[in-house]
Design a protein around this ligand. Structure first.
Ligand SMILES: [Zn+2]
Length: 458
């Protein structure tokens, strides 16, 4: 393919002018040069940014956006929302999952996410029996990512128990449950496939401390190390106050505290939510080099609480963003609400900026790029040689870009409301969105509509 040429592009050291990007046949960036000559290159329509990684997704939940917003008789919480989610989880087929996930992934690409971490826990059939191919539901996720053209880090979930103390699972959790051996066999199959696909990586997701007893967690991590000692590990942690109380009653320690003391938390790990932490947990997590996987729109929707962002950033903590339950599919909305939650709490402004005169939009966007790339364990998140050619092009003619130079462009992107100035999107050297359109969007949307109608009538 011809080289790309952008008037301005966000490179690892900041904005650069007249940037030329060479991409090889496998979809990797081969060279990046600033103040370069444009001759023979394809001129892009505006500023170029690395695509944003979305580090936490449960794709099937896109089909229930708007279905859990009616008040119940006794008050609503995460736990009443989970009832609606379980009703959907028991009914979705592999074909249904493929249809819903493909639509979701097209929406992600158009919004500027170029890679997703799929925290995937629907393994068995609705009756809890293994499929003839134990990887069938995982293959639906991989197929959806390929149909849409998004990069994927597939994180098959280990789910062993219905609560702390190894409480038995309920029948409606049957689809999630695998023995540790079966889980590792599945991971081995998927890791083999990822070795042949530069847009795919595989890790593991022990679901949470309430769903994975310590012995199973240790066996899962040891087995994963034998398959791939660098594979990423994601886990839900400290999302809900009740979960913290139950963990204290079980172990005498809070969830993040327990993990830091009993698991090899490192840069391989992504602790999803980590909402409820004491100041000492916050600074210890920051110093562990793990990524906090923050999902502000879902955390708001579920009434989880607010992550202690200022203390975490002050201690050098790393974060990325996820759209989790997909009541919003927009990196801008996640970043904005990450900041706005803190403003509402502290009665102050520009919390994430980190230093006088620093740009809040830049701190949020570049923080999300770096943490997301680390958590998804792929060569993404910056426009640098050797990385995947995953990038987004803003439309220089879009009204929200008017009057902005490179100094304020990311502030305009994050803090201009719900308008989308992204014109073109590339993943692994292939254009997947051009002029705001995905080339398979009608077909994928039509398959999604019939799937959701079927689910609604079932
Ligand atoms: Zn989640």
């Amino acid at each position: 393919m011809p080289d790309l040429f952008a008037d301005i592009a966000l490179l690892p050291n900041g904005w650069a002018k007249d940037v030329r990007i060479a991409i090889n046949e496998t979809g990797d960036i081969e060279a990046v040069s600033a103040e370069a000559d444009p001759s023979g290159a394809e001129r892009l329509a505006g500023a170029v940014l690395p695509g944003m990684p979305n580090l936490h997704s449960h794709a099937f939940q896109r089909a229930m956006a708007g279905l859990a917003e009616r008040a119940g008789p006794d008050g609503d919480s995460f736990w009443t929302w989970r009832e609606t989610m379980y009703r959907l989880a028991v009914s979705i087929s592999p074909e249904g999952l493929l249809a819903v996930a493909a639509q979701l992934y097209v929406e992600m690409l158009k919004a500027g996410y170029t890679a997703v971490g799929e925290f995937h826990y629907l393994h068995r059939d609705p009756a809890g029996r293994p499929y003839a191919d134990p990887a069938q539901m995982c293959r639906a996720v991989i197929g959806a990512a390929q149909d849409a053209g998004i990069g994927l880090t597939l994180l098959p979930v280990l789910y062993r128990a219905g609560g702390f103390n190894g409480a038995p699972t309920e029948p409606r959790q049957n689809r999630f449950v695998l023995p540790v051996d079966g889980f590792l066999d599945l991971a081995a199959t998927l890791i083999g496939e990822a070795a042949r696909d530069p847009n795919l990586a595989v890790g593991a997701a022990p679901h949470s401390l309430r769903a994975v007893p310590p012995d199973d967690l240790a066996a899962c991590l040891a087995g994963l190390d034998r398959l791939d000692a660098e594979a990423p590990v994601h886990m839900h942690v400290a999302e809900q106050v009740k979960e913290v109380e139950d963990c204290l009653a079980w172990s005498g320690a809070r969830p993040v505290e327990w993990l830091l003391a009993n698991a090899p938390i490192s840069e391989r790990w992504c602790l999803v939510h980590a909402t409820h932490m004491t100041p000492s947990e916050t600074s210890a997590l920051a110093k562990s080099d793990a990524v906090a996987g923050l999902c502000p729109s879902t955390e708001a929707n579920l009434g989880d609480g607010l992550f202690p962002l200022p203390a975490y950033l002050a201690a050098g903590g790393r974060f990325g963003i996820g759209s989790d339950s997909h009541i919003s599919v927009s990196p801008v909305e996640e970043l904005r609400w990450l900041e706005y939650g803190q403003r509402l709490l502290s009665h102050a402004r520009n919390i994430a900026a980190g230093a006088p005169a620093a740009s809040t939009g830049t701190a949020l966007f570049t923080g999300g790029l770096a943490g997301g790339a680390q958590a998804l364990a792929r060569r993404i998140g910056s426009l640098a040689p050797g990385n995947r050619a995953d990038l987004i092009v803003l439309d220089r003619e879009h009204p929200i870009a008017a009057g902005h130079s490179k100094d304020t462009l990311l502030d305009a992107l994050v803090f201009s409301g719900n308008v989308n100035p992204i014109r073109d999107v590339m993943v692994g050297g292939r254009w997947v969105v051009r002029d705001g359109r995905h080339d398979r969007e009608e077909e994928i949307a039509s398959r999604f509509r019939s799937t959701v109608s079927r689910l609604a009538s079932a």
